[in-house]
Ligand binder design. Structure first.
Ligand SMILES: [Zn+2]
Length: 259
């Protein structure tokens, strides 16, 4: 057992920051404006930009390593401003899903297709194929394993034809059957209230089949009402007690992770 103290911040929608030791991981950052209706932050305390749900390169420059991920090109997952950070953060590495248009590629961006492995001295990355666009990321560093689903989910829409929904279900279950070969410390999983009765199908299936310790819901379009439904479900479903509910942008958790 080699446990690390890990910090997690909710940045908005599917955007999360994770830090431990001297590394920072940023996933699917897309909303670069701070909202002022959130908790007002006083000056002079030790709050950072992440506590406002935003990234300001100067504020995170002291991290020794920074890993930036974009799971696919949709504007709620990829915002090209992330590429402007490189100038201020030479230590940052950028991992972009291969569906992100060519014009955003730089010499220093690392493109990942589904089912690719990336490995260097510090980090190991494995991608899976999204059921929507792009990839999901499985990231391992210092015995901590993080999974960010992107839009890999059991999408179900009543207005789609029966065979579309059946096909989606099969694709989702097939991906999960590969992910279940890994032990995951922290997973970020879609729970989209627009799916109505199907909003928890994907996360439930994942929890039932994958060895995961801590889960954060995402892709809920700032509709925090889903958190009450997660809490209600957790009353009779112990797997749902692994889910950290979210109440505001910039929210921060400290947890122990690793194995
Ligand atoms: Zn999306």
């Amino acid at each position: 057992m080699d446990m690390e103290q890990v910090n997690v911040w909710y940045l908005s929608h599917s955007g999360f920051a994770v830090s431990f030791k001297n590394s920072l991981f940023l996933f699917d950052y897309y909303l670069d404006e701070a909202d002022d209706n959130g908790k007002a932050k006083g000056d002079g305390d030790n709050q950072t930009c992440l506590d406002k749900g935003i990234v300001r390169p100067d504020d995170i420059a002291s991290y020794e390593r920074i890993y930036v991920f974009a799971s696919h090109r949709h504007p709620d997952h990829f915002y090209p401003v992330i590429l402007t950070w490189k100038e201020h953060l030479p230590q940052a590495q950028f991992f972009l899903s291969s569906d992100i248009p060519k014009k955003h590629r730089k010499d220093w961006t690392i493109l990942l297709k589904p089912y690719e492995n990336y490995e260097d001295n510090d980090i190991k990355i494995r991608t899976f194929k999204s059921t929507d666009e792009g990839v999901a990321f499985l990231v391992e560093k210092d015995n901590v394993v993080i999974y960010h689903a992107g839009d890999l989910n059991w999408w179900h829409w009543d207005e789609e034809p029966f065979h579309w929904n059946k096909d989606m279900e099969a694709k989702y279950k097939k991906e999960v059957s590969q992910i279940q070969n890994y032990q995951i410390d922290i997973a970020f999983l879609p729970t989209d209230p627009r799916q109505e009765k199907a909003e928890f199908w994907g996360i439930s299936w994942f929890l039932e089949h994958v060895d995961v310790k801590v889960v954060f819901p995402m892709h809920f379009w700032d509709d925090y009402s889903i958190m009450d439904r997660i809490k209600t479900e957790a009353q009779h479903n112990p797997l749902f007690r692994k889910i950290n509910t979210i109440s505001s942008r910039g929210q921060h958790w400290t947890l122990q992770a690793g194995h």
